[in-house]
Design a protein around this ligand. Sequence first.
Ligand code: NAP
Length: 530
Amino acid sequence: MTITGKLLINGEWIDGQAGTYHAVDPATGQELPPSLSKASIEQVKQAVAAAEAASSEFRRMPLQKRAGFLRACAEEIMALGEILVTRAMAETGLPKARIEGERGRTCGQLNLFADTILTGEFLDVRIDTALPDRQPLPRLDLRYMNQAIGPVVVFGASNFPLAFSVAGGDTASALAAGCPVLVKGHSSHPGTSELVAQAIARAARSTAMPAGVFSLLMGSGREVGSALVSAPEVKAVGFTGSFAGGMTLVRLAAERPEPIPVFTEMGSLNPVVLLPEALEKDAEKIAEGFIGSLNLGVGQFCTNPGLVLGIEGPALDRFVESAAGHLAQQPAGVMLNEGISQAYTQGVATISGQPGVNKMAVGEARDGKAGFCGQPTLLSVSAADFIANHQLTEEMFGPASILVRCRNLDELLAALKSLKGQLTGTIHAAAGEMADYDELIDELSQRVGRLLVNGFPTGVEVCHAMVHGGPFPATSDVRFTSVGTAAIKRFLRPICLQNYPGELFPEALQDSNPLNIWRLVNGERSRSPL
Ligand code: NAP
């Protein structure tokens, strides 16, 4: 298990034909061996053709077999052992516990998708049996089910080198749906990407998957990524990253001769609203939790609490004092790569320089030490200045947050109404307090994918009920989540078989219900044979 710098195309490891590069350790700024290769456009075409060739077999294979492949991926990733953890740490600057936790989450979600597809729920089978004697016209037999949309391109995210990268949530949900996956790996953790792809390749071989079921292509987004999204065989795209990158892909996909869906997750301020009674009671406790959440993973979470709103008064002053005190003790941390560190520093400088913005606290500097860093920062602004300046709603991707001081509830509402779509919204409320803020809560709920009470938005549970999505520009499609088992819906499409010969039905639609799954039969939920 060594890193070779090759690409995985049609089940084979091949040298890329578009030049070489190295991974960089963000803690030192030094290049890491070995030399790695980039895919040419011709190689992208080969991978896409292989995915298309694998599509029919993979889509129609028994669910048990597909679930076995997902479980084997999880086992093979665990079997990589320390080499994976060490390489991911070196390429991202993230600590061991975080990488190990993320590995657990990655394998856990592969297994969860395996369990999920065996329930057959995702197929959403609906059967309306024939009514030959219906007047004035008979009804024909109609059977509906979801099926895989086709080959899916996944862009690995820089900030989750395992859980949102090569075998992360997008890949797991697309494979679970029955879609071959082509990963455009992130150049911030290429060795980690290759190791995980090696694990998937071994799992694919041991469970007899078609060769093109999974490919890993490294190279520039503008070349390799764009070529993948433009390929006619590709039917959907999953992406986590910047607004600019995400929107470029959305436009590219929409302008294809055959437009395809692109599910982008592009960031969020994740507003935290502090209601007066909660502040009065718990200002210091909330402040401590807030700074812990803000600085987790050097703030490089899409659910980072980048905006706090409260009504002015002594309780808000206590919150600010306590938050500033905690933040000042936080050291600058190593960020994922040079570009992210520079963008963060620049973003904080730009927002700090806006009219009415004050710097409340900064964390400890990392003077003289090597590496690409981000210094924690807490800013504040009045609600009037916040509402008047759209630039203040730009995400500072990293450990920075801005406190909006509102004179009264009306200003707090107005500040919320000025916000665009978000992944999360948080309310801190004392017992019974929320009942008095119906309008505020409704405004917030209209702008978010997940509404939390008395907690912090970082830490996204992978489960059936999770929504990690939200109105634009948090994502490009408000109807879907990219975390949790509902993420599979992005990569499915419905098909209806009308008056179809019974002996040719797929198992899910057969009269005898051999999969023993829940189906909607003539409007009633049932597991019984017809
Ligand atoms: P990114 O620049 O959007 O890149 C993500 C992926 O998309 C990379 O593989 C990249 O390829 C590709 N890509 C970017 N622009 C493209 C384009 N115009 N055409 C085709 N492919 C393109 O995100 P990042 O590198 O992870 O971080 C940059 C910034 O994105 C951060 O500073 C932060 O502001 C934001 N970000 C947000 C989140 C979030 O959760 N919301 C997560 C990570 C980053 P290349 O590497 O070749 O460019």
